[in-house]
Design a protein around this ligand. Structure first.
Ligand SMILES: Cc1cc2nc3c(=O)[nH]c(=O)nc-3n(C[C@H](O)[C@H](O)[C@H](O)COP(=O)(O)OP(=O)(O)OC[C@H]3O[C@@H](n4cnc5c(N)ncnc54)[C@H](O)[C@@H]3O)c2cc1C
Length: 422
C-alpha cells in the first residue's frame, strides 16, 4: 500500500519507519528543511543543539527503546542536573523531596503539606482526578503560599491567561512521569531524526524536506491526493501528524460535525532565545523564573548539563517562553528580543555583563503547547477521520501525559499496529 505522511517530526518519521519495515511504501512531507519537528536542532560546530530545550525522563521508555534500536544508545547520558527556582531575588534548589522539605521561602508546615500533595500525585492514578482544575486542587491541597510562590508562576508562564482553566490530570502527569535523572543524547537529538530518515530511505521510503502540504482531497478513483508546491501525488492512505486544527485547514472535505468536535481548542506557540556566553551564567541546568517582571519563564543553561567542550567552549543558555500565537514576541527581531531580555540576566547573576554574549539565535514555533483544559479530552480526535484512508495522529492526542518525543513515538507505533493488523 502507498502511504503519504504529513509531518517529519517524531510521529511522522516513526510511523514511516514502522510502515516501511512492514513492506509498505511511504513518502513523508516535511515543511521545514530539516527533520525532527519541534525537537529539531541547528548545528554548532560538530554538535546539534535543539532549537527548544529538550531532555527525556527515565519513564520515557518508547524513545529510549528507539534510540537503542537506531544504534545511538552509547550517546545517551543520564545526569542529574540541578533544577532551581528564582524567587524573591534568590536562587533555591527545588528538584527532589528533600529540597522541597528544605525550601526556605515556605514554613515547615507549608513544606510538609506541599510534599504530601506531591507524593499523592506521584502514586495516584490519573482517572480519579478527571474533571478537576489544577489551580483549584493546588490551592486546596498545597495551600496558598506554595501555590503563589511555586506553582502559580509556572502555570502563568506556561499557560498565561488560561492558567486557571488547566486540567489537573495534565499537572498530575508533570509530577507523576518525571524523574530527577534527565536523559540527553550527546551531540543532540537531531541524530535520532537524521538516522530515522536514513533508515526510511534505506527501506525504499522517501522523506521530502522543505516541502509543505497545501491541500489533501479525495480523487475520483477513491485515493487521496496530496498537493504541495512541488506537485500533486495520490496515495491509498494519508496520515496527518499535524495538529487537528491544521488538518481541518488542509482538508476542506472534512464534514461540519467533525470540525465542530475537533477543530477546537487553543494552543500556544513556543519562543526560545539562545545565547552563547564566554563563561557560565549560573551553576544550574534549569531555572524556573518565578519572580515577577521577567520577560521569560525559564532559563535553561544547557552546558550545566552537557559538557561545554561539545560546543567549542560556548556556554549555551535558553531563555524560553510560551505565548499566544498572536503575541508580538513572535514578530520581534532577534536583536530586539536580545535587547529586551539581556538586562534581566543581571538580576540572576549581578556580575553579568552583555559583553559575555558571543552569539545569539532565536527560534519560534506555532502549535507548540496545547492548552489542556478540563474539556480537552472530549475533543481529542480518534485516529480515523470521516474520510476513508485519512488518519490523524498528532501530539494533540497525547493525554493526560505532557507532550514529548516519547509519546509521539508510542502514538505512531499504536497507529501503525492498528493500520497493519490482520
Ligand atoms: C519549548 C519546547 C520544549 C520541549 N521540551 C521537550 C523535552 O524536554 N522532551 C521531549 O521529549 N519533548 C519536548 N518537547 C516536545 C517535543 O518536541 C514534541 O512533543 C515532539 O517533538 C512532537 O513530535 P511530533 O512529530 O508529534 O510533532 P511536531 O514535531 O510538531 O511535527 C509536526 C511536523 O509537521 C510539520 N508541518 C506542519 N505543517 C506542515 C505542512 N503543511 N506540510 C508539511 N509539514 C508540515 C512541522 O514542520 C513539524 O515538523 C518540547 C517542545 C517544545 C516546544
Amino acid at each position: 500500500m502507498e502511504y503519504g505522511i504529513l509531518g517529519g517530526g517524531a510521529l511522522g518519521l516513526v510511523a514511516a519507519l514502522r510502515l516501511a519495515e512492514r513492506g509498505e511504501r511511504v513518502t513523508v512531507y516535511e515543511r521545514e528543511p530539516i527533520a525532527g519537528g519541534l525537537a529539531a536542532g541547528f548545528q554548532i560546530g560538530d554538535a546539534w543543539l535543539e532549537k527548544f530545550y529538550h531532555h527525556i525522563f527515565r519513564t520515557d521508555q518508547g524513545i529510549v527503546r528507539l534510540i537503542g534500536e537506531l544504534g545511538l544508545a552509547d550517546r545517551l547520558r543520564w545526569p542529574r542536573p540541578r533544577t532551581v527556582t528564582f524567587w524573591g531575588g534568590q536562587i533555591y534548589q527545588l528538584d527532589s523531596p528533600l529540597t522541597v522539605l528544605q525550601f526556605p521561602p515556605l514554613t515547615i508546615p507549608q513544606r510538609l503539606r506541599m510534599a504530601a500533595a506531591l507524593a499523592f500525585l506521584k502514586v495516584s492514578p490519573a482517572a480519579p482526578l478527571e474533571g478537576m482544575l489544577a489551580t483549584a486542587w493546588l490551592r486546596r491541597w498545597m495551600g496558598e503560599a506554595p501555590y503563589r510562590i511555586v506553582w502559580e508562576p509556572l502555570l502563568r508562564g506556561k499557560f498565561g491567561a488560561t492558567r486557571d482553566e488547566i486540567a489537573l490530570p495534565w499537572f498530575w502527569a508533570r509530577v507523576h512521569d518525571r524523574t530527577t535523572e534527565l536523559g540527553y543524547l550527546r551531540g543532540g537529538f537531531q541524530a535520532v531524526y537524521n538516522r530515522l530518515v536514513e533508515r526510511i530511505e534505506s527501506l525504499g521510503g522517501m522523506v521530502q524536506l522543505g516541502v509543505a502540504v497545501n491541500d489533501v482531497h479525495t480523487t475520483a478513483d477513491g485515493k487521496l491526493s496530496v498537493v504541495t508546491e512541488a506537485g500533486e501525488r495520490s496515495f491509498d492512505r494519508v496520515i496527518s501528524t499535524l495538529p487537528p486544527r491544521l488538518l481541518c485547514r488542509l482538508v476542506p472535505e472534512l464534514p461540519a460535525d467533525y470540525r465542530a468536535q475537533y477543530d477546537w481548542g487553543r494552543a500556544y506557540g513556543a519562543h526560545c532565545l539562545i545565547l552563547a556566553l564566554d563563561r557560565p551564567l549560573t551553576d544550574s541546568y534549569w531555572m524556573n523564573v518565578n519572580d515577577p517582571g521577567f520577560p521569560f519563564l525559564a532559563l535553561v543553561e544547557h552546558t550545566n548539563y552537557m559538557p561545554v567542550g561539545d560546543y567549542g567552549g560556548r556556554h549555551l543558555l535558553y531563555l524560553g517562553n510560551y505565548r499566544p500565537m498572536d503575541d508580538p514576541l513572535f514578530k520581534q527581531s532577534k536583536d530586539a528580543v536580545v535587547a529586551e531580555f539581556l538586562p534581566h540576566l543581571a538580576r540572576l547573576n549581578p556580575a553579568f555583563s552583555p559583553d559575555w554574549v558571543t552569539e545569539s539565535w532565536a527560534f519560534s514555533a506555532p502549535f507548540a503547547q496545547p492548552i489542556v483544559t478540563t474539556d480537552y479530552k472530549e475533543h481529542i480526535p480518534p485516529f480515523d477521520t470521516p474520510i476513508p484512508g485519512l488518519y490523524e495522529a498528532s501530539m494533540f492526542q497525547v493525554y493526560p501525559h505532557d507532550r514529548g518525543q516519547n509519546y509521539s513515538v508510542l502514538l505512531a507505533e499504536e497507529l501503525v499496529a492498528k493500520l497493519t493488523q490482520g
